[in-house]
Design a protein. Structure first.
Length: 318
């Protein structure tokens, strides 16, 4: 006698009666067991069972008995990912779906999540509680093999792009700034307010970025700047040095064993700022036959007596 396999995945309905192949003609009887527990009806819940089939003896045929194990398999659940851009509001509850099969007819899911996140970041979509209820409101979760494959809830930073203004001037001993800024793209979440201030400043010759400070608060005054991705196209602050031009004198003689120097120089152009002073001294010399430049050493002092050559002056000597 052969008995067909009646294994299936849980769907809320009883297993089918097995098909019996037998040469006899007696009545077929079915008994279902889960361990030592005997069922009078075909089982519905997930689990491992056996069915014992007996065929009654007749006047012309002997009876027979056979048994076979079968299973009602549970189901697997898979959570999908959820991504949104920061808006100061809680993320929606993530979607979820069965990877294999579906709920049995009449069954429904009951899912509860802790308070969903509001800040930018990446979070696991783990529910606080998950149940499956049948049409009568009874908890039938145990009939399902719920293997959670947790997705993620991602709140992306809200993007803002700014630019700052540029400025340029000739060195005058005072800092250069530019308070101009522009929001090139992006918007604030509802109810949020931003405070923006350029922070770039330069007082010496050279070029630097006109940096920016951005502070964003929500309607309750809470600091929420970290939930924004802030990018800045920096303007530049440039101070051009004052050019001081000099010319040193030349000298020539026939070799006589004595050092040749030419201490004279001429200040051709460029002016010091009020309160600044300078000292100049040629340091070109020659002890042997030949030729070399008559260089000039120029030291410029600020109002406090410190050397400030590179802070605001460029020296050119012909």
């Amino acid at each position: 006698m052969q008995v067909s396999d009646i294994s299936k995945t849980y769907d809320g309905t009883p297993v089918a009666e097995p098909t019996v192949t037998f040469d006899g003609v007696g009545a077929e009887n079915f008994a279902y067991y889960k361990g030592d527990e005997k069922f009078t009806e075909r089982p519905t819940d997930a689990g491992t069972y056996k069915v014992v089939v007996t065929v009654d003896e007749t006047d012309t045929h002997e009876g027979a008995i056979a048994e076979i194990e079968f299973t009602i398999a549970k189901k697997t659940l898979n959570y999908l990912e959820l991504t949104k851009v920061y808006d100061g509001k809680p993320a929606e509850k993530p979607e979820y779906t069965f990877r294999y099969g579906s709920l049995a007819e009449g069954d429904k899911r009951s899912v509860s999540f802790r308070a969903m996140p509001t800040k930018a970041g990446r979070y696991s979509s783990v529910p606080d509680d998950y149940k499956i209820l049948n049409s009568g409101g009874q908890d039938v979760t145990e009939r399902y093999d719920i293997k959670f494959e947790y997705g993620t809830v991602t709140i992306e930073q809200r993007k803002l792009l700014f630019s700052t203004g540029s400025a340029e001037k000739i060195y005058d001993g005072t800092p250069i700034t530019n308070d101009e800024w522009t929001l090139l793209s992006g918007t604030l979440a509802d109810g949020h307010v931003m405070t923006v201030q350029t922070t770039g400043k330069r007082a010496v010759a050279g070029t630097g970025d006109n940096t920016l400070n951005v502070k964003i608060t929500d309607k309750n005054g809470n600091y929420v700047t970290d939930n924004y991705e802030i990018s800045v196209k920096y303007g530049t602050l440039t101070i051009t040095p004052i050019t001081l031009k000099f010319k040193t004198e030349s000298a020539e003689k026939v070799y006589d064993g004595k050092r040749l120097i030419a201490p004279g120089y001429e200040h051709i152009s460029g002016e010091l700022l009020p309160g600044h002073t300078m000292s100049c001294e040629t340091d070109g010399w020659l002890d042997v036959a030949g030729e070399r430049e008559n260089t000039l050493r120029v030291i410029i002092y600020g109002t406090n007596g410190s050397v400030i050559n590179e802070q605001g002056y460029r020296i050119e000597v012909d």
